[in-house]
Write a protein that binds this ligand. Structure first.
Ligand SMILES: NC(=O)c1ccc[n+]([C@@H]2O[C@H](COP(=O)([O-])OP(=O)(O)OC[C@H]3O[C@@H](n4cnc5c(N)ncnc54)[C@H](O)[C@@H]3O)[C@@H](O)[C@H]2O)c1
Length: 353
């Protein structure tokens, strides 16, 4: 029996609704498989926790998390209580950075039963590999003066090591798929970092002659995600560009509520963290209508990470069967609740076992 110890952080808002849903599904997956099990340890770190303790997690939070096999997170953020930059940097980004989760993997595909907002979408299936540790999301910079003389400076940080690592990850992933990598650049407008990005991409691609490549400026690439998403396989992007592109990936699938993500630690020193693309959705929290699919598909990425790819594929197919039969939450045009979608997925998992 293989057993994985999972640290669970539901976080804020709908994170507290979709995480329990995904845990129910993982329990069903384990039952169906029979040879694996999960042990879940929950941590209440969130904006509510901040209101009580003045911090998003305890000082020894990271050392507590370190020994788990993976971290399963919902969403963080309640701007009514805590400014977003405090909640994000105090928990999510802290874990990503300190645990060297340098790669963010975000798949997007056309889903059976979902209507994409695109007028005539062809089938698409791509993965965005987002550099997750540096780039535009840096703490380097500052603000001086006040009033009309105020100045804000934000520095982007691109290291050869970090850039190359993300690109190699993308090429290796493409080798297991359709052997095509697209680079998201903006070297016509961003003077230093993006020409550097292009140079590193040209260097790395020489080591993968069996993988075809393309390179587009981020503005054109965003448009192509709308006009011809079926032409992409693996897309590699900087931290900011990847972040924006993947919300778009969620949107063309039908809802950001189904988009999954994995923050991967590639050197094996720390656990990886799995969290959906969406946030805490305060506008719908408490109504029981949050779409659990983003969190459940994220659980599938965690199964893949543990080497249980067949089981992951079975889970994804089951989710798609449920949407294909019209059992969908309101963000997808349905009337089902979070609970109903989750119970249906579990029911079908058991039925097919
Ligand atoms: N990874 C994270 O933890 C993360 C990511 C993005 C935003 N946030 C935080 O979440 C809070 C809200 O941010 P936002 O409104 O910009 O983004 P959001 O993703 O929370 O919501 C955007 C829109 O999508 C809808 N939506 C999102 N997830 C859904 C789901 N599962 N089912 C149905 N509808 C869903 C929401 O109702 C909302 O209309 C902020 O505090 C923000 O900082 C956190």
């Amino acid at each position: 029996m293989k057993k994985w110890e999972i640290a669970v952080i539901p976080g804020d808002g709908i994170g507290k609704e979709v995480v329990p849903a995904a845990l129910d599904v993982l329990k069903a997956v384990a039952d169906v498989h029979g040879g694996i099990s999960f042990s879940f340890t929950e941590f209440p770190w969130s904006c509510d926790y901040y209101m009580e303790h003045g911090k998003m997690m305890p000082d020894d939070g990271l050392s507590t998390l370190r020994n788990f096999d993976a971290i399963f997170l919902g969403a963080v953020g309640n701007p009514k209580l805590v400014p977003d930059h405090i909640s994000l940097w105090g928990l999510l980004l802290k874990i990503r950075r300190e645990f060297e989760q340098v790669i963010n993997v975000r798949p997007a595909k056309s889903f059976r039963g979902l209507s994409s907002p695109l007028a005539e979408p062809r089938e698409f299936d791509f993965i965005v590999v987002r550099e997750n540790s540096e780039g535009e999301y840096s703490e380097v910079g500052g603000r001086i003066h006040r009033g009309e003389d105020e100045i804000a400076i934000q520095n982007a940080v691109f290291t050869r090591k970090g850039t190359e690592r993300a690109m190699r990850y993308a090429f290796e992933l493409a080798r297991k798929r359709k052997r095509h990598v697209t680079s998201a650049t903006k070297s016509n407008g961003i003077f230093h970092t993006m020409p550097f990005w292009d140079e590193v991409f040209a260097d790395v691609k020489r080591d993968y002659p069996d993988v075809a490549t393309a390179s587009y400026h981020i503005d054109a690439l965003a448009a192509f995600f709308v006009t011809r998403p079926h032409t992409f396989d693996v897309v590699v992007a900087s931290n900011l560009f990847g972040d924006i592109l993947t919300d778009l990936g969620g949107a063309i699938m039908g809802s950001i509520g189904i988009a999954p993500a994995a923050n991967i630690n590639v050197n094996g020193k720390y656990p990886s963290m799995f969290e959906p693309v969406h946030g805490s959705a305060p506008d719908i929290y408490g109504q029981g209508i949050a779409n659990p699919i983003g969190q459940i598909w994220t659980a599938k990425l965690m199964l893949d990470h543990f080497g249980e790819e067949e089981l992951g594929a079975f889970l994804l197919k089951t989710i798609e069967d449920v949407t294909a039969d019209g059992i969908k939450t309101p963000d997808l045009g349905g009337t089902a609740t979070t609970k109903e979608v989750t119970e249906e997925i579990c029911r079908r998992l058991y039925k097919r076992s």
